[in-house]
Ligand binder design. Structure first.
Ligand code: ADP
Length: 313
């Protein structure tokens, strides 16, 4: 089977258990949970039994171990994760506001992940993996961006495939040089996985169909638009496929898009039709929101089959 690689941040997430505006006063929290968008993505790939690996860096501390233990337990190859002595693993605190939006407090830039360099183990993964998944967040942290760019060049030179999830808020795009870096990734992408409005990040088009048509014309092979509790859509040269959201009880939306991506890439690489990959990804996104904690809702194939009503009786 083909092996999926990602490059990017590993951190822990601590979630406020009450809704409100932020962290200006003491309050009940739950966590730490393993997290980081690329980590969530690759954990979902591993849980589905698809060969998976991540290039990253964590501190020699409990937060780093929590992540490595989880990823390894779910079948992810963590040989490319450097454990940095005397450094700390990053963290993010999140609190949901009453309107469903989120307040984040990050400690990532000064964590071990922010000083990622390519190690011999990382080099070996670039030689042995077949597919690379890049997230915009990895390109917005300077230490990660160089490694991500190198990984893209090496995987593509070996004939591998690339998927790209921008996973960015518009404000971050104003970071000098970031837009250019993202445009370059997009130009090499076989699969582009934006969320909602992110379809407009790289085009002047003002309606979705025109934006999709332009990106396909520019050489992006396939596009999958994630639409939260409104489902998702797939587009390629042959046309458009939509999938309706599955009915679930949402308790924590963080990680849905990453689990969706992990499932889509797993099935896509295994040769499933776009319709099948989309249906499983939609189920993975739905499953993800049913558990508190960003990675806790990553699903096994059996769980997705059950959610899709495909379980043998
Ligand atoms: P992101 O986390 O990248 O913003 P979304 O919130 O769009 O991603 O979620 C990704 C996918 O997960 C959606 O396209 C959908 O398939 C599924 N999903 C997300 N939230 C729900 C929900 N409340 N009910 C059902 N499916 C959901």
């Amino acid at each position: 089977a083909k092996k999926v690689l990602t490059v990017g941040e590993i951190l822990v997430e601590i979630v406020a258990t009450t809704k409100g505006d932020g962290f200006g006063e003491p309050q009940p929290l739950i966590g730490p949970f393993p997290s980081g968008a690329p980590a969530i993505f690759i954990d979902q790939v591993g849980r589905l039994g698809t060969p998976a690996a991540i290039i990253s860096r964590v501190g020699n501390d409990d937060f780093g171990r929590l992540n490595l233990d989880r990823l390894a337990a779910d079948g992810v190859d963590v040989s490319g994760v450097e454990v940095a002595k005397g450094e700390v693993t990053g963290s993010a605190f999140v609190r949901y506001r009453p309107d469903g939006s989120r307040k984040f407090v990050y400690n990532i830039a000064h964590s071990a992940t922010g000083r990622l360099v390519l190690t011999p183990a990382g080099e070996a993964l670039l030689e042995s993996c077949d597919h690379l998944h890049v997230m915009g967040t990895a390109l917005s942290v300077s230490g990660l961006a160089d490694v991500a760019r190198e990984a893209i060049a090496r995987i593509k030179a070996r004939g591998g495939t690339l998927s790209f999830d921008p996973n960015l808020r518009r404000e971050i795009l104003e970071t000098p040089g970031l837009r250019q870096a993202l445009e370059e990734v997009l130009a090499h992408s076989d699969l582009f996985l934006p969320s909602g409005e992110e379809i407009y990040l790289f085009t002047e088009a003002d309606d979705e169909a025109a934006a999709v048509a332009e990106l396909l014309r520019r050489g992006v092979g396939e596009i999958v638009i994630k639409r939260g509790d409104r489902g998702a859509s797939h587009f390629d040269a042959h046309g458009r496929t939509d999938v309706a959201p599955l009915w679930v009880d949402e308790v924590d939306p963080t990680g849905a898009g990453d689990c969706f991506g992990g499932a889509f890439v797993s099935l896509w690489l295994a040769g499933a039709s776009p319709e099948t990959a989309l249906r499983y990804a939609n189920a993975a996104g739905a499953h993800a929101v049913t558990e508190i904690g960003p990675m806790e809702g990553a699903a096994t194939r059996d769980q997705l089959d059950a959610l899709l009503g495909l379980t043998k009786g």
